[in-house]
Structures are given as structure tokens and as C-alpha cells.
Design a protein around this ligand. Structure first.
Ligand SMILES: [Zn+2]
Length: 436
């Protein structure tokens, strides 16, 4: 879409201001906007010298822009940029917080003036429902992806072996990157009691799907709560572990009301398995009646079990979240469990809105951003999804932190007033820019 995208004076969560240039979808330069040198501190000596000259001269903003443009030019590795193009980029400073498109005829250059704008690697939502045909647990991929500043979504078991091919093909037509947990029930969420009949767990067909869509399926999904498993209790989880051993893929386990009791569920989970809905406020949650975390939770964390938020319509409680914070039980990943209903009517709305609840809870902005970038990328074994690096394909989210009050409602209907919130402003995937 754009030959070049320039982000000027955008802020990293470390508070460092950078100028970032993307050519033909590849990040070609990241420059410290104040110091003028390479933001990775791996700058060449001549670049630093030039910066000192400019700083010594104490020149006005416009001159700094020219200088930055030159550095961008020097930083380029794969594409030549003519002097004329560089001059065209040296326009007057823009009003703050405004994203605009260069007005030139063919409009192949996008310039974003970043005062107040943050940039991070593209957000990753580890728990969504992205298969639009399904009700209630379905939605359009890009509605819950790039339009909300989320560049990568992981569908959490909307499909089992029966329909995973359809999800895979639809993902190919979306702008958002899509990966999937395969539901251990071949039915997926075509019904919401998908584990009440053990015949719906077909290990061989599931293993075939995993093999066929090896790049797409990143794990297995098992919803282990009373309304989903019916009278089968822990049996579906035992099957899920068997499939996990067959395929080498970790499990994402949805927890909720028992039976089975949560202690038993936790005891089955191993390194890299995920507990989603870990802050649910139901009777069978991760805290005892005194508000103390269960010993089985501590043991699971020692084994390397990964805690995911999966807010959802019914699975996030401020009370549980405050207990977790008090006891230092942090989210490894913050995710939404978003689908049409809870996106439009709440209490989820968007990943940014869920992240804002963690601002309210007192987590730092950088911890919150890590939970939707680096941590998810590490779990996925896709480090490139969690970093900003010259030479990488662009995968970025632009956002603001608004210092305004916001009403936050949990899944129990409990309200809190936050004093600031996160708002997605844009997503960049390769050479595409999507304004939110
Ligand atoms: Zn879900």
C-alpha cells in the first residue's frame, strides 16, 4: 500500500522518542528523536558526530526534521531514496496527535506525527473468537484484529477438526495475522457443550488437522468447566493431555465452574500449558474462601504453566484481579476472549479496554504492553512478533494513553473508575497502515 511510512517522534514504552521509517513494508531505520542517533545505540560514529553538530548549533525544529530525514536516508539499506523525495518529507511540523496522509498526488508516503503517540510491536490477543458464522462465540477477524490495533489474534478453539480448514482459509483473506488453538472437540463451538459427548473427541482426526495446518495451529483448546463437559468431569482433560503428547502442542485450558474441581484441573497442567480466564470470579476459581491463592496454583506456576486473562463475558472479576495483584500472581498474557456480543455490549469492547483495567489495577504501562507483545511472542516461539527491529517486516501498534476518567465494568457487573486508559490509534502490518 505505502512505499514509505514515517513515524515521527513516537514514544516507546521506555519513554524514548524515536523516528521510525518503513520502506516497502520493512523497518529501515529507528532513530532516537532527541539524540538523533540510532535508537538501538548501535549507531555509527559519523551519525553521532553529525547529531552533535546539529545539537551544538541549537537549531530549530524544522532543521532537526531535515537532519532526521538525512539520517533516515543514511540508514536505508535496500532502497534508494532521491533527494527530491527527502525534501518532500521535510514539511512543517504537524499538529500533535494527528495521523495524516501525505497530500501528494499518488500518496505513496504516509507520515505520522507522533506527539503523544506510543508505538509498540503489534499487539497479540491470545484468546479471541474469530469465526464469524458461530453464535454466540464468533466475530469478524479484522473487527477484533487490526481495526482495534491488534495485529495478531489467536483464535481460542472456535473450531475443531470439522471446520478448522474454513477458519484457515478465511484467515488468508484477512489483514490481521491469525493463528489458532484447535478445539479438542471436533465440533468446536458449533455448540457450547462441545465436550459432553466423548465421541466428539476424535484424537486421530485432531492430530491429522494439527499436521495439516502445522504453521497455523499453535496449541489445543479444552474448555474444562461444568456446562461444557457435563457428566464427563475430568475425562476430556485426560484426552486433551493425550492429544498434547501425540502432537507435541501445549494446551490452553478454559477454567470456570466445577466440577471438575480446579485443583484437579491444575494438577494436569505442565510447562507451557495455558490457564485462560485465570481471574474469573466464580466459586471454583484460583483463590480459596480466605482469598489466598490455591497451593495447586503455586505448584503449577513452578512447573511453567502460563496465566492468561481471557476476560470474556463471564471470566474477569476485579476482586480476583486485586487478590492476584496482592499476591504477585501476574498475567503472563492479557487477552480478551472477544466475540461479537461482548465487543458491542461489553464488558470486553476491545483489547485496549481490557488492558486499561490493568492500568487501573496498578500495573505499569510497560508491563501491560509486554503482556500483549513480548510474552505472547515468546510463548508462540515467534520472537519477531514481539520486537521492533531494523530489517524486520513492520508489525506495529500505535496507541495513546488518555489521562481521562473511564468507567470499567467487570464480568460480575462491578464498576470501577479508572483515571487513564489506553486507546489504539493505528496498526501497521508490512506496508499497510490501518487507522483505528
Ligand atoms: Zn473463549
Amino acid at each position: 500500500m505505502y512505499e514509505r511510512i514515517v513515524l515521527r517522534h513516537v514514544r516507546l514504552v521506555t519513554d524514548q522518542l524515536v523516528d521510525l521509517t518503513i520502506d516497502q513494508g520493512i523497518i529501515t531505520s529507528i532513530v532516537d528523536a532527541n539524540l538523533g542517533h540510532d535508537a538501538n545505540l548501535a549507531s555509527e560514529v559519523n551519525e553521532v558526530n553529525e547529531v552533535n553538530e546539529v545539537n551544538d548549533a541549537n537549531l530549530a525544529n524544522e532543521v532537526n526534521e531535515v537532519h532526521t530525514a538525512n539520517l533516515v536516508l543514511e540508514g536505508k539499506s535496500t532502497h534508494e531514496v532521491s533527494e527530491k523525495e527527502v525534501t518532500e518529507l521535510d514539511i512543517a511540523p504537524l499538529p500533535s496527535q494527528e495521523i495524516y496522509e501525505d497530500e501528494r498526488k499518488d500518496s505513496k508516503v504516509k507520515v505520522v506525527q507522533g506527539a503523544g503517540l506510543y508505538v509498540s510491536s503489534g499487539w497479540i490477543d491470545m484468546h479471541v473468537h474469530a469465526f464469524s458464522d458461530l453464535h454466540p462465540y464468533g466475530d469478524e477477524i479484522d473487527e477484533i484484529g487490526v481495526w482495534q490495533g491488534v495485529t495478531t489474534i489467536i483464535d481460542a478453539g472456535s473450531c475443531g477438526a470439522d471446520r478448522i480448514a474454513e477458519l484457515y482459509h478465511r484467515a488468508g483473506h484477512a489483514r490481521t495475522n491469525v493463528l489458532a488453538f484447535l478445539n479438542i472437540s471436533k465440533l468446536g463451538l458449533t455448540r457450547i457443550d462441545e465436550l459432553t459427548n466423548m465421541e466428539w473427541i476424535d484424537l486421530n482426526r485432531a492430530a491429522e488437522a494439527v499436521q495439516h495446518y502445522a504453521e497455523f495451529i499453535v496449541g489445543l483448546k479444552a474448555r474444562i468447566s461444568a456446562s461444557v463437559v457435563g457428566s464427563n468431569g475430568i475425562e476430556p482433560l485426560i484426552k486433551a493431555k493425550e492429544l498434547s503428547h501425540m502432537t507435541g502442542l501445549p494446551l490452553m485450558v478454559h477454567i470456570g465452574s466445577g466440577p471438575p474441581v480446579i485443583e484437579e484441573v491444575l494438577n494436569y497442567l505442565d510447562y507451557r500449558d495455558i490457564v485462560t480466564h485465570y481471574l474469573n470470579g466464580k466459586a471454583n476459581n484460583l483463590f480459596d474462601t480466605e482469598g489466598e491463592p490455591l497451593p495447586e496454583l503455586g505448584a503449577a506456576l513452578k512447573r511453567g504453566v502460563h496465566l492468561d486473562v481471557g476476560h470474556g463475558t463471564a471470566s474477569f472479576s476485579f476482586e480476583a484481579a486485586e487478590l492476584a495483584r496482592l499476591h504477585g500472581i501476574r498475567p503472563r498474557t492479557i487477552s480478551t476472549d472477544i466475540y461479537r456480543g461482548n465487543r458491542l455490549q461489553g464488558p470486553v469492547y476491545s483489547l485496549a479496554h481490557v488492558m486499561s483495567k490493568f492500568l487501573y489495577l496498578g500495573y505499569s504501562l510497560s508491563d501491560i504492553i509486554d503482556a500483549v507483545t513480548i510474552h505472547a511472542a515468546q510463548w508462540l516461539h515467534r520472537p519477531e512478533l514481539g520486537r521492533i527491529q531494523v530489517g524486520d517486516s513492520a508489525n506495529l501498534t500505535l496507541f495513546e494513553v488518555k489521562e481521562e476518567e473511564i468507567l470499567l465494568t467487570d464480568s460480575e457487573g462491578v464498576n470501577r473508575i479508572g483515571t487513564s486508559y489506553i486507546q489504539a490509534k493505528g496498526a501497521i502490518i508490512h506496508d499497510t497502515f490501518i487507522e483505528c
